[in-house]
Design a protein around this ligand. Structure first.
Ligand SMILES: NC(=O)c1ccc[n+]([C@@H]2O[C@H](COP(=O)([O-])OP(=O)(O)OC[C@H]3O[C@@H](n4cnc5c(N)ncnc54)[C@H](OP(=O)(O)O)[C@@H]3O)[C@@H](O)[C@H]2O)c1
Length: 322
């Protein structure tokens, strides 16, 4: 037990972190143990991780002292921030800075920072193809993460920068699944035109991260990008139709229309999809499912994920709820 390497997992009760904790626990001879960070160890998900064998430690990423204690004695850490809990890139940047500081002080030998592109490197604020949001961002939930990369390099933390992809779980939890329109037909709606959207089963992010920790040295200082499959809206709709056994179409809307949908974060996501659409060659090109599968041989493609989750989809009749 004592010579096994402790991985402190931020967001351990969440989508990315819980997959990593389970990957570590499912490989008891892999040489690693999971330290699951949560703000509330009495929560249902935290108790479940403890039951499965994780060490559960209370920590709030907004509290540097908490992070220092949670990272102490560990070999590595998985660092992630929670944009959708507060919608603030500044808060994400402050949290990333604290995690990098605590990681350095604890002498961690390998950190994975779950980051995303600073889209302003492709779409400067002066580029009017999309609106500037919150005064200085194009895609706030991407830009703050990308802008935070330097905290880890500046502090000299041995870091792997992990570029993740759209979780297919958003079709279940983020209201993005097929909806029945006023015309009575089922459709998924994205502003992607005919471009591909890299996607992944959230659970696979943790499995890939675990492989990166196991490979260690090879990935320190590297940026790696993962996806489960890169599909157009039409291809995703066809998979829905096949698995659900009903017609599902893809409605391609303009980014302007998507931004005006009015739900919290619609502008941010409208810009995000437009970035992925306009820079498809870079964005999909970087996220190669074959590479992710080399890390995680059980990586799911969309059809496999959909078949496994079809009963969890809450199919919405938009016409009925309007
Ligand atoms: N949705 C997507 O398609 C997608 C794709 C790529 C990247 N992302 C990024 O993924 C990030 C979120 O990761 P996730 O999806 O794994 O998170 P998640 O499923 O929303 O869960 C986050 C977990 O983090 C914990 N948490 C929240 N605030 C915290 C704080 N202040 N201190 C410590 N723990 C805190 C919560 O645990 P406790 O309540 O137990 O403390 C929660 O269970 C976002 O920044 C998002 O931009 C999302």
């Amino acid at each position: 037990m004592s010579d096994r390497k402790v991985i402190a997992v931020v967001g351990a009760t969440g989508a990315q972190g819980s997959g990593l904790v389970r990957a570590i626990l499912n490989d008891p001879n892999g040489g690693f143990v999971a330290r699951a960070l949560t703000r509330d160890r009495t929560g249902t998900k935290a108790k479940e991780l403890a039951r499965l064998g994780a060490e559960v430690v209370e920590a709030d990423v907004d509290n540097l002292e908490n992070l220092r204690k949670a990272f102490a004695g560990a070999y590595g850490a998985y660092c992630v921030t929670f944009f959708w809990a507060h919608f603030s890139p500044e808060k994400e940047m402050a949290e990333a800075q604290s995690m990098a500081k605590a990681a350095k002080e604890a002498g961690l030998r390998h950190v994975i920072w779950s980051t995303l592109e600073d889209t302003r490197q492709w779409v400067p604020l002066s580029d009017n193809r999309m609106p500037t949001l919150q005064g200085k961002y194009k895609v706030p939930h991407f830009d703050g993460k990308g802008q935070s990369n330097h905290f880890f390099t500046d502090a000299g933390v041995p870091t792997t920068f992990l570029l993740t992809s759209f979780y297919w779980d958003n079709f279940i939890h983020f209201g993005m699944g097929p909806k029945k329109g006023p015309d009575g037909r089922w459709a998924i709606t994205f502003p992607m035109g005919d471009k591909k959207l890299p996607g992944i089963a959230a659970e696979d992010i943790g499995k890939c991260a675990y492989a990166i920790f196991k490979k260690g040295e090879e990935f320190i200082g590297k940026t790696v990008a993962i996806s489960g499959e890169n599909l157009t809206g039409t291809e995703m709709a066809a998979a829905f139709a096949e698995v659900l056994g009903k017609e599902v179409r893809y409605t391609s809307v303009s980014p302007e229309a998507y931004r005006s949908f009015g739900f919290p974060g619609a502008e941010d996501l409208g810009n995000m999809f437009q970035f992925k659409r306009d820079f498809e060659e870079y964005f999909s090109g970087t996220r190669n499912p074959n590479f992710a599968r080399s890390l995680n041989p059980s990586l799911e493609d969309f059809n496999t994920w959909l078949k496994r989750n079809k009963n969890a989809l809450k199919l919405e009749d938009a016409a009925a709820s309007a």
